[in-house]
Design a protein around this ligand. Structure first.
Ligand SMILES: Cc1ncc(COP(=O)(O)O)c(C=O)c1O
Length: 399
């Protein structure tokens, strides 16, 4: 038996990954993945961008680059983020290999084995795994329909000793809960965190994928306010607005944190793919990004509405959910104590997959929820798949 490091003994394959192998069976309907629809990628634009590169640019694209990112992308992305209201000038921007790497680097920067960190329950499995791999003690704060339960957060802050190393949260189109944090909750979080020296990791992978313009106000980021006395570490990604295969994300953080993170990134992969950075840079500079995101917003909205409509038509009344207003996910609440793994087994027999609730529980226990995503299936497939999910639920939880 190989003698693995203590830090990795608790890492287990997540149900999400195991399920991916089933999700690729040719006729399986997959509501499991959190990936963009393949048919929505801007293939022609990427071809055009690559063809238009000069010989010198192509050489740069195939070469190692600076650890913190290609200067031209840092410049164009800064502009892009500034337009979103983010304080680029008073912070430092670093390109990372997906935003998961940004989260992992921040975890490495702050966590010693056993350190408590505040996370949401349910929470994004990738971040939870990154924190686990640094041997963090995950202190979970439950979510309501408008964000973290503030009373519970207050209690955790008062009772967790030593003080948590950071708080991690996902403000917009939460994975898996599908919710948006309200401005009120973000303000209350800010008030509670002030003066405690607990940085915030604000993971904003989905904010471009809103269905309704009127939500933009509510979606204002904590980083945009950059409250004094709180180090907000903002992370974002090209994965949902261009393509996850490019493996490109970023962090926007205060200078002191940036300098530590640069050293950590050097030891992980030296730099993020130059070729991806070159393409992302042109995608922003030529303003293709604005049309593209406008188009995919429309398509995901159609899929999201098809999902809501089908769920309302077919689910038994005892299953409840917040209607998504953007992003990729719906989070279904089964009757208390139900076992979504049993539902999944039935669903797979019927030819449809989703992800079980406990996958997203920091304690890996609570299983009376399920995540059903609408990102990688068209409307017709959504309408075919949802009745099968409803049948599987009824067979396990009753009519
Ligand atoms: C909430 C959240 N954050 C971060 C990521 C990481 O994305 P990437 O590493 O591709 O940028 C994902 C991916 O699904 C996500 O759902």
């Amino acid at each position: 038996m190989p003698r693995f490091a203590n830090s990795v003994t608790d890492l287990r394959s997540s149900e999400i990954r195991d399920l991916m192998s089933l999700a690729t069976a040719p006729d399986m309907i997959s509501f499991a993945g959190g990936m963009p629809g393949n048919e929505l990628f801007p293939l022609e634009t990427i071809d055009r961008i690559y063809q238009s590169l000069t010989e010198k640019e192509k050489q740069i694209a195939l070469q190692y680059g600076p650890t913190t990112g290609l200067p031209s992308l840092l410049e164009s992305l800064s502009d892009y983020l500034e337009k979103k209201g983010l304080p680029v000038k008073s912070n430092r921007l670093m390109i990372t290999t997906g935003s998961l790497q940004a989260i992992y680097i921040l975890a490495k920067a702050f966590i010693d084995p056993g350190d408590p960190v505040l996370v949401e329950t349910p929470g994004f499995i990738g971040a939870l795994s990154a924190f686990r791999s640094c041997q963090a003690n995950l202190i979970s704060v439950p979510l309501n329909g408008d964000g973290m339960d503030i009373e519970q957060l207050k209690r955790r802050l008062e009772t967790t000793l030593p003080a948590p190393k950071f708080l991690y949260y996902t403000p917009n189109f939460h994975n898996p809960a599908g919710i948006i944090y309200s401005r009120k909750v973000k303000q209350e979080m800010t008030n509670l965190l002030k003066g405690r020296e607990i940085p915030v990791i604000e993971d904003d992978a989905y904010s471009e994928l809103y269905f309704y313009e009127e939500d933009i106000q509510e979606m204002q980021l904590m980083k945009a306010a950059d409250p004094e006395g709180i180090d907000v570490c903002y992370t974002g990604s090209f994965s949902k607005i261009l393509g996850p295969g490019l493996r490109l994300g970023w962090m926007l953080v205060p200078d002191g944190i940036y300098r530590k993170c640069e050293l950590i990134k050097q030891s992980i992969d030296a730099c993020s793919p130059s070729i991806s950075q070159m393409i992302a840079d042109k995608f922003i500079r030529r303003e293709e990004i604005y049309d593209y995101t406008a188009n995919i917003r429309k398509e995901y909205k159609k899929r999201g509405l098809a999902m809501i409509g089908a769920l309302e038509a077919f689910l038994p009344a005892y299953v409840t959910f917040e209607k998504p207003r953007g992003g990729f996910y719906t989070w279904l609440r089964l009757p208390e104590g139900s076992d979504s793994t049993a539902v999944l087994k039935r669903a797979i027999e019927k030819g449809v997959v989703f992800v079980t609730g406990k996958t997203f529980d920091p304690d890996g226990v609570k299983n009376d929820f399920m995540r059903v995503s609408f990102c990688n299936t068209d409307e017709e497939t959504i309408r075919r798949g949802v009745p099968l999910i409803a049948e599987a639920i009824q067979e396990v939880c009753g009519p």
